[in-house]
Design a protein around this ligand. Sequence first.
Ligand code: PLP
Length: 442
Amino acid sequence: MSRQPSLSQRANKRLNLPPLHTYVPPLQPFYDSELYPDGIINLSTAENSLLSGRLIEHLSRPITIRPQHLKYRHTLLLTTLPTVEELLPQYINDHFNPLVPVNRKNSVAGPGIGAVLAQLIWALADEGAGVLLTAPFYDDYVRDIVHPTMATVVLARPPADINPLSKDVLSHLETKILESADQGVKITVLLLCNPHNPLAQVVPQDVLEGYALLAEKHNLHLVVDEVFGLSTFDSAYPPAVNAKFKSILSYDLHALGVNPSRVHVLAGPTKDFGASGFKLGLLVSPSNLPLINLLRPLFNATPISAATDLLFARVLADKPFVAQFLVDNSAALGAAYELVAGWMTFHGLPFVRANAGVYVVVDLAPFIARIADASDGDTAKLDRAVVAMLAEKVFLKPTTLMADPIPTRFRFVFTQARPTMELALRRIERAFGAPLAPFSDV
Ligand SMILES: Cc1ncc(COP(=O)(O)O)c(C=O)c1O
């Protein structure tokens, strides 16, 4: 037999990377009250089931499939049928108050935020160039930054006593830009998630403006991921700085002294609708049409599926449904957060107060102390906690994977249906031998 053909040098570089210390649940179906009640409840993935029934009802209404839906995307787009290509920009115009109206020319739609970000990074950064974020950060960005570009993730790591969503972080970012250049990794892109993942808070406008001014000063691109922009909520446990979400698309960047061609926004409805599996995302860059025109044809190979388009275009076109859904989702998020926040308060578990997103960062140190050995180091403690929870069939992801400086914290997704959440909370209590919190009080 002939020799095995080799992979690209790029692929080999990847293959030879040491495996990360990561946390994954065993390979078996996740919990479902009907399909698999013995399964592990997955509280690690940013999915939102709170209003799934209502969306499923809308999606399940009889629908007319036309021959164009069976053809290539190009054919579907050249019809008068409603498509997400037209409706996603409208969604942004309706809810993000952009200074420059978003349209099909200054935006590009693709199969999910991750897919769009990967293409965007390819266009903005060369192999080895740096993409700078503040820790803790949403760790799946690594995939989108490294593949396909082979750009480098660079983290500004402010000390644990600094709020990473405050202006205090800006000097740490600037130091990192300079240090990184000295070490041969030139930062090209600043990437910020607002509202933040994993910290689940809206980033205040003055902080975001600080990022934009830093990008201007060092001639960087600023990418703002606003996928959770409309998944914000009020609750009895608000953050000390309880900012309202305001898209950077609504800022007057010229007046701020920032060239708007360096600011690019990712957004879309799938997080708000608990429908990440539909894979829809939009890149908006109103002042950088060459970038948008460069990227648009790249999605011909991996376009949005016509099935997603058909079903979700009908949802987005139903504006009263969308408006009511967003209001009700916000209320449901607030109530679901309060259940978990009350439970954490009962147990004396410190947590980062949230006003956006579908998760909360919680410090399980008081629980871990119940089961850890005195000789355990940080990783051993975390391993022990994850194993204890898996034994009780619940999975939470440690935020050390997201470069969190506090080594005992987890990102706790709270948006499963209420009976599932209550079951999960009981399982966690059992895992650590903790008393049962009274749900009626929380
Ligand atoms: C902040 C953030 N950006 C992007 C994504 C990926 O979105 P998509 O599923 O549309 O690729 C996620 C998914 O959890 C996310 O939390």
